[in-house]
Design a protein around this ligand. Structure first.
Ligand SMILES: NC(=O)c1ccc[n+]([C@@H]2O[C@H](COP(=O)([O-])OP(=O)(O)OC[C@H]3O[C@@H](n4cnc5c(N)ncnc54)[C@H](O)[C@@H]3O)[C@@H](O)[C@H]2O)c1
Ligand SMILES: [Fe+2]
Length: 385
């Protein structure tokens, strides 16, 4: 049995940002508290959002202090800033980090709780303030997911938080906001969404609805990722990547991610590797590890990505998929942990901790091939070379 959850309103396509005021009024919302980061507040993108709201005489509160991989401290600060005024919704503007910050703030505004109470396996289904998500990266799909990911500063753990409370009411998905993304960010966020699509499709919790969205995401992302990196001004490629990220987000919100994401979060938390990059580091090896348990599913991924002919056997299709994921990493210059500058001793000292945190997040339990602690540690060890 499948249970599907979605934002109430999704407006996507070039120029959809201009529809934000009308969409807010559809839900009777008049006073948004905007959460973004300092870079977007200074590079002109936030000004575009504020101009659209201003043109409809909507005045806003603003917190521009969101940080990459939001921490409990930043969320507490944003919440305190919001509570100084009177707002009826929280608007996350930016990549996954500002959107995830907004999600946590929206829930905590209505129902105070500790972060230990908020993290998985807890289900936070109570509605907080309505969440509006306006993504500026084509990556996390957070605009359409029932997740937020928060780093606990005390334990250095990247916590997955799950529940309807984190699902945006409105997603405005305008690829024009992504046209200025630099190459590295385009590659990292693009691989993040490709990982969402593949993991949703092979997940033990996949269902016909999530399958359709995952395959659609792969069809959009696979032929456009390299183009978006090589030709930043290519509107067709940017549009496809943004739509693909949205479809992938819808897919994994309804099927969950799996071992790649479970293992990726601790790398992000401990070594501050950007989320998409740590996924990319893991994706070929974890795919090779997992494929024997779901050969046909991975072969379908290869076919959706146009890496294998429809008549080609599963084994050959999966080999093509793994080859493509390795080639993508080479071409998009994805470093190894060592290449990224991670200290060798710290890496090996933390492998047992990373494996424990990966398992605790619950995501590895959705993987087609279940990995025990020792196997996860071995995958981390092999990632070093
Ligand atoms: N909630 C979910 O469902 C979900 C899913 C996957 C990942 N995540 C989380 O999302 C976070 C990563 O988000 P992200 O990859 O979107 O990056 P991000 O939000 O951390 O942003 C990375 C950098 O890109 C900049 N940036 C954003 N948009 C830009 C643009 N259009 N042009 C130029 N620069 C721009 C930002 O200012 C920032 O410096 C991680 O914390 C990850 O764990 C959440
Ligand atoms: Fe992700």
């Amino acid at each position: 049995m499948a249970s599907i959850v979605l934002p109430r309103i999704i407006r996507s396509g070039g120029g959809s940002l201009s529809e934000l005021p009308a969409t807010l009024s559809q839900l009777g919302l008049t006073a948004p508290f905007v959460i973004t980061d300092a870079f977007l507040a200074s590079n002109g993108l936030l000004d575009r959002l504020l101009a659209v709201l201003d043109s409809a005489s909507i005045s806003v509160g603003l917190f521009a202090g969101a940080q990459a991989d939001p921490t409990t401290k930043v969320i507490d600060t944003a919440l305190a800033a919001m509570q100084e005024g009177a707002y009826d919704c929280v608007l996350g503007f930016g990549g996954g980090s500002p959107i995830d910050t907004a999600k946590a703030v929206a829930v905590l505004a209505k129902r105070p709780m500790s972060y230990a109470q908020m993290k998985a396996p807890a289900q936070i289904d109570d509605a907080g303030l309505p969440i509006i998500a306006v993504p500026t990266t084509a990556g996390t799909g957070s605009e359409a997911t029932r997740f937020t990911i928060i780093t606990d500063e005390a334990t250095q753990e990247k916590m997955l938080c799950i529940g309807l409370g984190f699902l945006p009411s409105i997603a405005i998905v305008d690829f024009e906001l992504t046209m200025g993304k630099p190459r590295r960010l385009t590659a990292d966020t693009g691989i993040d969404s490709l990982t969402h699509a593949i993991e949703a499709y092979v997940s033990r919790r996949a269902n016909p609805f999530s399958d359709a969205m995952a395959l659609s995401a792969m069809r959009l992302i696979a032929p456009n990722l390299r183009i978006a990196c090589a030709e930043p001004g290519n509107r067709m490629a940017r549009a496809a990547m943004m739509e693909g990220a949205l479809h992938a987000g819808i897919a994994f919100s309804n099927a969950s991610v799996a071992l790649v994401h479970g293992m990726s979060r601790p790398i992000g938390a401990l070594f501050h590797v950007p989320h998409g990059l740590s996924n990319a580091m893991l994706l070929p090896a974890v795919t090779a590890f997992s494929a024997p348990a779901a050969l046909q599913r991975y072969a379908e991924c290869a076919r959706a990505m146009a890496l294998a002919d429809p008549g080609e056997g599963d084994q050959a299709a999966v080999a093509a998929l793994i080859g493509e994921l390795e080639a993508l990493n080479t071409e998009l210059e994805v470093p190894s942990p060592a290449g990224y500058g991670v200290d060798r001793e710290r890496w090996f000292d933390n492998i047992a901790l990373m494996a424990r945190q990966a398992i605790a997040s619950g995501s590895p339990a959705n993987n087609p091939r279940l990995a025990d602690g020792e196997e996860i540690e071995q995958l981390y060890r092999e990632l070093w070379v």
